[in-house]
Design a protein around this ligand. Structure first.
Ligand code: FAD
Length: 317
């Protein structure tokens, strides 16, 4: 079922989770162990992130270096199918532009369609580790908007090979990313919102936001979107803080601010166990306020702490 159908049929705020594929070598049981404690909350859908391959240099016996390509977290599409099969829940694979040609993307979409997956979250992806700025693959997409147009084309039965006859139309429900605190490359919020609107005008069915720790930023973002005519659902993305190190890692990685009362409370903690308690309380308060405001879905980034998220969601239900 499509994310938008879940939202249309709901009488209350829904719950969804986001997970990462296991690190290569871990096996799928590690993923099930992560998800098991979350399934009692009957999530409407589960997002599975996509991780592009990385280049590294391996030293040969003769001292020269060999360039090797490694994908540390492979398997997004098959994980989605495995989750649907095991838990009977809808999944949302993330699709990125980085590292893919348009024909590889088309093959991935065809695979997802064969697997009965109704949703995709289309993203540009970040720059590869060895790049200073995002570079599209030769013959690949530069922006999420271009990838989105490929999906909407396929939804209209338009494949890359134009001479194909009587093609099947896919029916993907398409999500895109939005940034309450602005995407870090955008020169200003107006420009970022203009590009977000272009994604919606081109067929995006809903928006999921980058994590934020100050609900006022989400509410202001939603207002700004509505003012420029974006009417699709805007799903807040939420993540717990659970270590002191995250006070610097989260702003550096995700280009977000952490509110002073949160950073002061975390800094006063004697151990990371204490930080977990603060993080859980903060997440609960954020979630309660958003639910009260009638957000369509609370989307939790569960990475590393499914039990912490489960504890918070339990208090919301
Ligand atoms: P875009 O919408 O293409 O925007 C990128 C930048 O370009 C923005 O600054 C935008 O304002 C600007 N822009 C857009 N169009 C134009 C144009 N025509 N001209 C000039 N500028 C333009 N990354 C992963 O690798 N895997 C994941 O699974 C993943 N999941 C994510 C989930 C969520 C909910 C979010 C919020 C992010 C996720 N990311 C993921 C990170 C994402 O890939 C990065 O934030 C990336 O840098 C931008 O992706 P985007 O889809 O927002 O890009």
């Amino acid at each position: 079922m499509k994310v938008t159908e879940h939202i249309q049929q709901a009488s209350d705020t829904l719950i969804s989770f986001e997970i990462l594929p296991p690190l290569k070598g871990k096996g799928i049981q590690s993923l099930y162990d992560h998800l098991d404690p979350l399934m009692e909350f009957k999530p409407s859908f589960i997002n599975v992130t996509y991780h592009r391959s990385e280049h590294s240099f391996k030293k040969r016996a003769d001292g020269s270096f060999e360039k090797v390509v490694v994908r540390k977290r492979p398997g997004t599409e098959s994980i989605c199918a495995a989750i649907m099969n095991k838990y009977n829940v809808d999944t949302v694979p993330h699709l990125i532009c980085g590292g893919f040609s348009v024909s590889e993307t088309e093959d991935a979409l065809i695979n997802l369609n064969y697997l009965g997956i109704d949703n995709v979250l289309v993203l540009r992806g970040d720059a590869a580790k060895n790049e200073t700025a995002f570079e599209a693959e030769p013959g690949g997409h530069k922006y999420a908007l271009d990838l989105l147009k490929q999906v909407t084309n396929l939804n209209s039965g338009i494949y890359l090979e134009e001479d194909l006859k009587n093609t099947t139309k896919t029916k993907f429900c398409i999500g895109v990313a939005g940034y309450p605190e602005k995407h870090f490359e955008a020169p200003n919020m107006e420009s970022d919102l203009k590009h977000l609107k272009a994604k919606v005008d081109a067929g995006a069915d809903y928006i999921i936001t980058q994590m934020f720790f100050d609900n006022a930023k989400y509410f202001a973002f939603v207002n700004a979107c509505r003012e420029i005519g974006i009417t699709v659902p805007i799903i807040p993305g939420l993540k717990p803080i659970y270590t002191k190190k995250q006070l610097t890692i989260l702003p550096k990685t995700f280009h977000i601010d952490l509110p002073t009362p949160l950073t002061e409370a975390v800094n006063a903690c004697k151990s990371d166990l204490d930080v977990e308690k603060i993080g859980a309380e903060w997440l609960l308060e954020q979630s309660k306020e958003l639910k009260k405001a009638g957000v369509p879905v609370l989307h939790f980034y569960t990475l590393g702490r499914p039990l912490l998220v489960a504890g918070v969601v339990k208090q919301l239900c």
